[in-house]
Write a protein that binds this ligand. Sequence first.
Ligand code: NAD
Length: 250
Amino acid sequence: MDDTLETLAGLLRAARSIVAFTGAGISTESGVPDFRSPGSPWTANRPIPFDLYMASAEARAEAWRRKFVMDDLYRDARPGRGHDALARLHARGRLRAVITQNIDDLHHRSGLPPEAIIELHGNGTYARCLSCDLRHEIDWVRRRFEVSGVPPACRDCGGIVKSATISFGQPMPEDAMQRAFGALVDCDLFLAIGSSLVVQPAARLPLIAQRQGTKLVILNREATPLDDAAHLVVRGEIGPVLDAVVKAVD
Ligand code: NAD
């Protein structure tokens, strides 16, 4: 391992309470594209903002069409080395929680227990009624949409059904935000992994942690706006880096 990774391994060994904050970059190794890398299919299938989704049946139909295109691209995605390394760190009692901006369910599939996962932007592997909150499976929505050309209403109350993700313009989930702030209490090492750190309000969390005296480590393949605030910046590929440093603290 080079000096930077030795330093990171040392920080992991010395920490009492570690929180990881993950973005789309941890899942690219699994074949799930991130937003901002060149040629991303998210550009052609941009998520529809919340106000448009609520305002127009046409926008809702388009949102589902785009979602199904993206789902077909990464339906079979499996956790990568980064997800697995964080699950190992948690299993050894070193990682308190993973706060994730991702909607791809891969932290769950890596074996991290649900109580250690805080999904700030929801989860795209199921849907919910926006009126009564009833869970609907994506396959159920898709079958009905493909037969009728119209996204189905809630099977219980007739409300608008939406993928259980937080769209641009949609209020943040209060419960997840509360849990995220709770995880920061007593956290002495905050690992920001694979995020461009520009999507607000999620990207404020690393800065809030840093300002309360927590050591901030940023692991990303390109620069972020918070690099100057970080105790350590690791510029590299998430899978190999996390795999190596977590093995080194085992
Ligand atoms: P982002 O796309 O803005 O940034 C990802 C960052 O990760 C980039 O800076 C990129 O250079 C870096 N990166 C990509 N692969 C990497 C690798 N293998 N090793 C090291 N660095 C790598 O992602 P974001 O900050 O999470 O914000 C995007 C928003 O879009 C979030 O709100 C998220 O909900 C959503 N989103 C989620 C997914 C997902 O669930 N997997 C995918 C795309 C977008």
